[in-house]
Design a protein around this ligand. Structure first.
Ligand code: CP
Length: 329
């Protein structure tokens, strides 16, 4: 399967077989890493990773995956380039493509990463935008498969702000991989209609269902429960009060986990507000009195929680995406 030169902008751009191949290659890379086997396949390649927003996992995953593949990596932080301020996206894309073999971008708008891809004649990888987080979804599905043994026929439930970028990519990945998807959250934060319309026929073709509900009783069929922070990166802090009111009934706690299938696992893309050990959580605590938000500390620290395996798998899956889009056939 030849993916050389392809951009990785959104899950829906790829076929079921291509996504399956990415997961298989990620698994192979994970085994190689665990065995200490050298896989520096690209000693003469250079990549740039551009972040308009902060990051721990995505930045480190791209950097380490790049180094493991033998590449040189340049990191541009939110203030580290002229892009968007003194130079257009189109011009920046054409300049970066003269220096680098691949470009990662995390930023505010999907149209920025789409424009980078349009003007750069090297692969562009989406490290999160307002509309999707495709490398996250790949890592999540690698983790679900590792923990549950298979994907097809399983049920993944995203609980909380089902209108967000992570939920969009998870719905798309579920549809592609034949996983039933439940979006469980308040009516005001329902999934985007156009995403549902795009995913529904794919899910049907692959024998899976998409369920959208504000009733947590739909979680009884879930093999995996997933949540994310109640206010996404870049959203207005003034919205905390409203979001807490909307999303508190959807906090993932042990009672909710016990409503799911026996042995159901818990996933979270991280970072998470499960305690008061962050300045954001302490600010929210001071203003609204909450000690834990989208997930309780009990669930986060429980045996059902696979969040750190999931974080590790960001690196293996990103490595697979870079390898497959850069390698000659
Ligand atoms: N999950 C995720 O994208 O984490 P970072 O924001 O730390 O990259």
């Amino acid at each position: 399967m030849d993916l050389k030169g392809r951009d990785f902008l959104r899950i829906l751009d790829f076929s079921e077989a291509e996504l399956r191949y990415m997961l298989d290659v990620a698994k192979a890379f994970k085994e190689m890493k665990q065995k200490g086997q050298n896989h520096k396949y690209f000693p003469n390649k250079n990549i740039v990773i551009v972040f308009e927003k902060t990051s721990t996992r995505t930045r480190c995953a791209f950097e380490v995956a790049g180094y493991d593949l033998g590449m040189n990596v340049t990191y541009l932080d939110p203030t580290g380039s002229q892009m968007g301020h003194k130079e257009s996206i189109a011009d920046t894309a054409r300049v970066l493509a003269r220096f680098y073999d691949g470009i990662e971008f995390r930023g505010f708008k999907q149209e920025t990463v789409d424009d980078l891809a349009r003007y750069a004649d090297v692969p562009v990888w989406n490290g999160l935008t307002d509309s999707c987080h495709p490398t996250q979804a790949l890592a999540d599905f690698m983790t679900i498969e590792e923990k549950l043994g298979t994907l097809k026929g399983k049920t993944l439930a995203f609980v909380g702000d089902t209108h967000n970028n992570v939920s969009n990519s998870l719905m798309a990945m579920s549809a592609k991989m034949g996983v039933n998807y439940i979006a469980c959250g308040p009516a005001a934060l329902r999934p985007h209609e156009e995403v549902v319309a795009a995913c529904q026929p794919i899910a049907e073709k692959n024998g899976a269902t998409i369920t959208i509900s504000d009733d947590i009783n739909v979680l009884s069929g879930a093999d995996a429960i997933y949540t994310d922070v109640w206010l996404s990166l870049g959203e207005d802090k003034e919205k905390w009060g409203e979001r807490i009111q909307q999303l508190q009934p959807y906090q993932v706690n042990m009672r909710m986990m016990e409503m799911a299938k026996p042995g159901a696992i818990f996933l979270h893309c991280l970072p998470s507000f499960h305690d008061l050990n962050t300045s954001v959580a302490r600010d929210v605590n001071e203003k609204y009195g909450l000690t834990e938000m989208e997930v309780t500390n009990e669930v986060f620290e429980s045996e059902r929680s696979v969040v750190f395996d999931e974080a590790e798998n960001r690196m293996h899956t990103i490595k697979a995406v870079m390898y497959l889009t850069l390698k000659d056939n």
